[in-house]
Design a binder for this molecule. Sequence first.
Ligand code: C2E
Ligand code: MG
Ligand code: MG
Length: 614
Amino acid sequence: MTKKPDKKNFQLSRSLDWVLIFLSVTAIFLLFLSPSWYLPIILLVLAGLAILRFFTARETDRQQASQIQTADLLGRFPETNPNPVLYLSSEGQIAYANAGCKHFLKRFDLPSDPAKLLPPDLANRIRQLRQSGQACETWEYTIDNHFVACQANVQNDGLFLYITDISARKRMENELSWHAYHDVITGLPNRYRFQQDLEKILRRDQPCHYTAVFLMNIDRFRFFIGNLGYWLCDQLLHAVSVRLRETIETNPLSDQIILYRFEADTFALLLKNYQEPELPKKIAQQLIESLHQPVYMDHREFCVTISCGISVYPTDGTDFSTLLHAADLALQHAKKRGGGVWQLHTADMDERTRHRLKLEGYLRHAIEHNELELFYQPQVSLKDGILTGAEITLRWRHPEHCLLKPQEFIPLAEETGLIAPISEWILRHALIQHRAWQTRDFPPIRLAVNISAQQFHQQDLPQLIRRLLQETQVAPHFLELELTESAAMFDINHTVVVMQQLKELGVQLALDDFGTGFSSLAYLRRFPLDTLKIDQSFVRPMDKEEDAAAIIKGIISLGHSLRLKVLAEGIETQAQLQRLRDFECDEGQGYLFSKPVPGNVFETYLACGKFEIG
Ligand code: C2E
Ligand code: MG
Ligand code: MG
């Protein structure tokens, strides 16, 4: 505000100058009227004083004049300031409010009352400021959702308040802090927030309450990236996160559950403060089932599954790293079980993980050490018992674990990428064997090879098959490729394209384990199939349960109506065989005829060419 005393000093010094001038003129005048000896002396003294005054005062005057001008401008500053400036009296009443207050309130669409600009707890803030003994302080608060900063300056008994709108800065700060703790693709809190939250929970000592840590991984995500690219995979992640979030919201305990995007294809979840030990299992099951309905993206539908590993505080650990490690181990075990399942951490998991790593090391050398072997299971015509083909199933003669079945190492091969060279090896050796049997004049039969989902969707399978058929000179119709229903439904459009390319080569196609996947009959029509293989889980109970028999009957007539050959897997009893024949099932395979056998044993079936089926 203006410094009035300075202006007065300036005016006083100007008056003194005028007095000096007046005295000098009077002295000169008197000299002319009555010249005397002392008057020139007085005149000289006055002139000297005037000259001295002139030189010393000129600079000071100039400085004073400029100070007065600045003070004048500052005095007008609150009026011209576009931001609100207020002066509060010692009683906290508004004694002055500039025009900026009105404009500010108008911009916020608030009534033109300067009191609206003050923080709601003003009295408290003033008291604290005075108690602190400081001359000024900055308060931040909101006015109708707008962030403001108010600089409060103590001035005698009163208080000057300078208010500025800091909404833009606050928004920027909030955005930066959001990005630090959230994932952009899914909008979920990220792993840093997950760690903070879990550590906060663990700091509170609540021994009678549990907290569960879930790690949920999208199965075959690498495979999705290979087929869809990163952009669509981001959409897939988003779609999965929405599905999981929706499922959590329907849970009555949703306020105790937090979902995070942990990293790449992994989500984390915290289930806080629960008491019912079975709760994590139920929630995990709900989340897994929520993805049983396909996910829609880019006008296509995808069947996505997740695997879930769970660790529980305090049973599996009491600190962040131990709980996370335990959940991760459990997740790896869920994956090993084929994915799409949950797994709670158990104490023996560390040992099992060591075993798995060892197995992986051996599997890498299985081909070069000649440890893989093809087994053949006869496929028989149910009309007359004629041997029509063989399904090839893989065995691994592991140096330490004798003969391993595919379930024990195929998922591992898929995860480690070893499935590609292994699959090529199987196909090549199956065709070489077929060629060898033909040259030895065995009747030519169809050989069915199992194709894993990863191989079907990732490798250029038609190209590989074309090359191998040329190499081995086997007629394409002797080769049948078995694809499981769930692998076929994984990316339906891609399945149709690859199947058509394979059909153009002349190979046969079978849909394996029919009835166990996400059957969609509408899509079945689009696949250029030759054979429908009814899963053994339907065949097993058919002689005891009438429902199972009815389902089989239905599948057979469905297959026939689509002009497909129907083959029943896992026939073990004569009664099952009889009913399947009654239902006019075309072909069958199972222990009743033979288990999968090595090539030299299978040659005896080839030589005979027929099974006795009564
Ligand atoms: P799948 O294609 O359904 O193969 C049939 C499985 O059922 C074989 O088990 C076979 O031994 C078994 N089986 C056949 N008849 C009966 C029966 O009457 N009773 C019982 N209890 N079981 C019967 P295996 O050889 O252990 O193969 C299991 C699965 O592993 C196969 O199921 C297939 O999906 C996969 N697999 C096998 N070989 C290969 C392979 O070379 N490559 C790939 N990618 N997967 C393979
Ligand atoms: Mg099969
Ligand atoms: Mg099968």
